[in-house]
Design a protein around this ligand. Structure first.
Ligand code: IPD
Ligand code: CA
Ligand code: CA
Length: 283
């Protein structure tokens, strides 16, 4: 049954994401100059132009809606509807010419996510979901994987650039690597969530993501039949800074591993590079 809540938002959202995606591709082919927002927090003219374009389209078509965009777009009137805009998710990849990035748009109604669209212009893949109507990849229904065993899973994570020296994710990366088929780290949280939704990954986690990184992807995972929580299994909140998404079947096992890692129990030891180098000399 089609959701009446999202009020035919999906088609205009897809059109905006496609238009912003072609703008990104033009800049990508021309190689953009890198600017810095923080130590290693990059931004480019493509991020800004994409956000300006999306903001203009929202204003034209949904003038009463509120907006929060990563590059500063803010409309706050107390509207029932609020857009979360990530005009370019994967800026570091984009700026280095690595083709893994996307546009992410989500709409909340009265604090509930009702529509999400993520467009990958490098593969022409349009991921979308409406609350209660399922998730789609290029208009075909999309479902999470059926992998039930963590040991047979392919999962993903990301490392936030902000305060990176204080982040313990390398421990999670190490432990989960040894308990799965592997952990990918591709550099676009929105696409990581889409890859869980489409069954390419069985799970994904990241510390400290922002609302514009997660709003669309979380709805897309849930509508594809997956589960998203914080790192303790509590409900995912847009401001919670902990995102754990999975196909649902390996969620309990991931939560168990997280609990053990946070408690420092049963950690596999990281082999010392110094010891390794000494053994190399002896060989
Ligand atoms: C970043 C990407 C990356 C994640 C960072 C995000 P941006 O978004 O999603 O995968 O690890 O935490 O900030 O800055 O490229 O839009
Ligand atoms: Ca982002
Ligand atoms: Ca961004």
């Amino acid at each position: 049954m089609k959701s009446h809540l999202s009020l035919d938002l999906i088609a205009p959202m897809q059109a905006m994401a496609r238009e912003a995606g072609s703008l990104l591709m033009k800049h990508f082919q021309a190689h953009v100059k890198i600017e810095y927002k923080g130590d290693v927090d990059l931004v480019t003219v493509a991020d800004r132009e994409s956000e300006a374009l999306i903001l203009e389209r929202i204003r034209e078509q949904f003038p009463a809606h509120d907006v929060m965009g990563e590059e500063g777009a803010r409309i706050e009137t107390g509207s029932d509807y609020k857009w979360y805009v990530d005009p370019l998710d994967g800026t570091t990849n984009f700026a280095h010419g690595y083709p893994v990035f996307c546009v992410s748009l989500a709409v909340e109604r009265l604090g509930q996510r009702v529509a999400g669209v993520i467009y990958d212009p490098t593969r022409d893949e349009m991921f979308s979901a409406e609350l209660g109507s399922g998730a789609r990849l290029n208009e075909k229904a999309m479902h999470v994987s059926a992998t039930a065993n963590l040991g047979e899973s392919l999962v993903a994570t990301g490392f936030p650039s902000h305060k990176r020296h204080k982040n313990p994710n390398i421990y999670f990366y190490h432990q989960i690597t040894l308990r799965t088929h592997g952990v990918r780290r591709a550099g676009s949280a929105a696409l990581d969530l889409c890859n869980v939704a489409s069954g390419r990954y069985d799970g994904f986690w990241e510390f400290n993501l922002n609302p514009w990184d997660t709003a669309a992807g979380v709805l897309i995972v849930e509508e594809a039949g997956g589960r998203v929580t914080d790192f303790s299994g509590g409900s995912f909140e847009i401001a919670s800074r902990e995102t754990l998404a999975s196909n649902g079947l390996v969620h309990g096992a991931l939560l168990h591993e997280f609990k053990e890692i946070f408690a420092g129990r049963g950690l596999e030891e990281l082999p010392s590079p110094v010891g390794f180098a000494q053994d190399r000399k002896r060989d």
